[in-house]
Write a protein that binds this ligand. Structure first.
Ligand SMILES: O=C(CO)[C@H](O)[C@H](O)COP(=O)(O)O
Length: 232
């Protein structure tokens, strides 16, 4: 089974968590897009849901496939968010933001009673940090913020390249008008300490460590789909 087929299997299994009448947070990325396609089939067959998209990209796909949408302002409390991840550890702490939507993804997940993460087995790790950590920053004072990030990381024994994300040669700009610095710190032993240290930097808008948000992960592998609960 190829990577796309595994993503579809995870997305299909996650549909089992969706009930008619739910207010849904809808994630961003290639796995979340497979979920939107399957959800659209259910909606066409009569399932009643209202979705809050985590990016303009997801919103556009939902509109194209006639998945009813709301905004978080209109619908500030959600029953369930379904989203992908770049890394998932045994506690279901996540790295997210590879698709650049981490800020809205985190706001939507935090407004949801439950978050189901969907992924193929390659996203499972023993410890977070193999995937560069996306850090969303305000464009103002970019260099100062970068220096502050490096200093905060060094206090925790972390170091590595901080790379301003580019796309097609241009600086990548998030839906919120911010930039992303991808931080290759390697293994992050204390994710909570790094999260707190990054939040203390004024120019940091948000970061891609999702701690204590995911309630279950639906992981597709070559030997089938398994459900992973957090080991706390
Ligand atoms: O966090 C994300 C977007 O900001 C995505 O969920 C993450 O990058 C995983 O994407 P994919 O399903 O394409 O591997």
């Amino acid at each position: 089974m190829d990577a796309k087929a595994l993503k579809i299997e995870a997305a299909r299994a996650a549909l089992g968590y969706v009930e008619s009448g739910m207010r849904l947070g809808i994630g961003t990325g290639s796995t979340a897009e497979e979920f939107v396609r399957l959800l659209a089939e259910k909606v066409a067959a009569g399932m009643k849901v209202i979705g809050v998209p985590t990016s303009e990209r997801t919103a556009a796909l939902c509109r194209e496939l006639s998945v009813p949408l709301s905004t978080l302002d209109e619908t500030p409390e959600l029953d369930l968010t379904i989203d992908g991840a770049d890394e998932i550890d045994p506690a279901l702490s996540l790295v997210k933001g590879g698709g650049g939507a981490l800020l809205r993804e985190k706001i939507v997940a935090a407004a949801s009673a439950r978050m189901v993460v969907i992924a193929d087995q390659t996203k499972l790790v023993d410890a977070l940090g193999r995937f560069p950590l996306p850090i969303e920053v305000n464009p103002f004072g970019l260099k100062a913020t970068e220096i502050a990030i490096a200093k905060a990381a060094a206090k925790l024994g972390l170091s590595g390249p901080l790379v301003l994300r580019k796309t097609g040669g241009e600086t990548f700009v998030t839906d919120g008008g911010h930039f992303i610095i991808d931080a290759s710190f390697g293994r992050i032993p204390d994710t909570r300490a790094l999260s707190d240290a990054l939040h203390a930097i004024p120019g940091v808008v948000e970061h891609g460590l999702f701690l204590g948000l995911a309630t279950v992960a639906v992981i597709a592998g070559t030997d089938g789909v398994k459900t992973v609960h957090p080991t706390r």
